[in-house]
Design a protein around this ligand. Structure first.
Ligand SMILES: Nc1ncnc2c1ncn2[C@@H]1O[C@H](COP(=O)(O)OP(=O)(O)OP(=O)(O)O)[C@@H](O)[C@H]1O
Ligand SMILES: [Mg+2]
Length: 361
């Protein structure tokens, strides 16, 4: 079980100086009115796992307005029965911002060292659009979940981005045939890796939803594309992808974009009970599926002995009382610290006895 025992926030958004000592309670509930800083508080924790703001803000916006231009977030955390002090500092120089991480007061290069100790899994109302907007946001969301779980996937994504950009430049400027071939080979490898890993991951969490979420909704995430049947054989798939890239050279050059790539993977998120795409579900049902995806993802972490802490911003939005109760039951199974925000304490009555409430005004 992982838990934060001390929290110290300085100049992060609306919080000038926020300190809290916590026991190993499984549930931490932050209650306060609109604008009191609930989301900011759990967002400050999320930055131990994510380099980007979930609300799409610039990092400079994270430092408290009117402060000296430095923010600091520190936590004492228990993970795998060891205690660690984790910290990050943000400092502003003109419009630039530098972010530094520390583990037990020693500077570490990047988030990787922290992610080995603990991962934060976060859900906010901003993410609800994943369920009703198009395919692209759904693909990105799943890619993000895979990346958080497996660093190698991030490598495939960045290789793909780097090499496709270079190929477009090469097509426009000078057609170095040999180099183009090499690039297209590399791109094909990345596309194949990405396609395969999306399918493996989606299958894993879909199965987990059916096996583990007995009180909650199960789902199936299906990736497919027109070359699906070839993906079983790596050599065939690579040949086909390389050939498409070769054939597309002219059209890619003219249109200045990749006409075939990782975004040609179709994605459908299906509700297992109704056997229909989540696009046809109600807002509350869509949120329930989103919660199921997060829960199944957490089961994957648990099965792999990876410690994690969950952060749920406005958990109750669009979720009725009965579903919320079922959700809390599912969370109980993880026996790890879970943070919630809300503006009504009554919503958390079911877990009242095993929760620590932080009230902010
Ligand atoms: N860099 C910053 N410096 C100072 N204040 C900021 C900064 N960024 C955001 N804020 C303020 O932080 C306040 C709290 O925001 P937050 O989103 O945490 O509220 P909340 O309690 O989650 O409210 P809600 O119930 O509406 O979700 C807002 O009023 C916002 O203007
Ligand atoms: Mg909020």
């Amino acid at each position: 079980m992982a838990y934060i025992s001390k929290l110290n926030i300085v100049n992060f958004k609306s919080h000038s100086n926020f300190k809290e000592n916590l026991k190993s309670n499984n549930n931490i509930v932050i209650i306060g009115p609109n604008g009191s800083g609930k989301t900011n508080l759990i967002e400050s924790l999320n930055f131990f796992s994510n380099s980007k703001s979930i609300r799409g803000e610039k990092l400079t916006n994270l430092i408290k307005l009117g402060s000296v231009g430095r923010a600091k977030v520190g936590i004492e955390i228990s993970s795998n029965n060891n205690k660690f002090l984790l910290e990050y500092n943000l400092s502003k120089n003109n419009e630039d911002i530098t972010k530094k991480f520390f583990v037990d007061a020693k500077a570490v290069k990047n988030l990787k060292s922290i992610n080995e100790i603990i991962k934060f899994i976060w859900l906010s109302p901003h993410m609800e659009k994943i369920m009703y907007e198009g395919k692209s946001i759904k693909r990105k969301f799943i890619d993000k979940l895979i990346t958080q779980f497996d660093e190698n996937f991030n490598f495939s994504l960045s290789e793909y981005k780097k090499n496709t950009t270079e190929r477009l430049v090469l097509l426009k400027e000078k057609r170095d045939e040999k180099w183009l071939r090499i690039l297209e080979k590399k791109i094909s490898e990345s596309i194949f890796e990405i396609f395969i890993n999306r399918r493996i991951f989606s299958k894993k969490i879909s199965v987990l939803s059916k096996k583990k979420l007995l009180n909650f909704r199960s789902f199936e995430i299906i990736f497919s594309n027109q070359y699906e049947n070839y993906l079983d054989n790596k050599n065939d798939a690579l040949k086909i992808i390389e050939n498409i890239l070769y054939k597309n050279r002219f059209i890619d050059e003219i249109s200045k974009r990749n006409n075939f790539g990782i975004n040609d993977d179709d994605i459908v998120i299906k509700d297992e009970k109704k056997k229909i795409s989540s696009d046809y579900l109600s807002t509350g049902e869509q949120k329930a599926i989103l919660l199921s995806i997060i829960l199944s993802n957490c089961h994957l972490y648990k099965d792999n002995n990876q410690e994690f802490i969950m952060l749920f911003d406005e958990i109750s939005s669009h979720i009725d009382k009965s579903n919320l109760k079922k959700f809390f039951k599912e969370i109980d199974k993880f026996e790890t610290q879970t943070w919630y925000t809300g503006n009504d304490k009554n919503l958390f009555q079911v877990i009242e006895n095993k929760a620590f409430f932080i009230e902010i005004t």
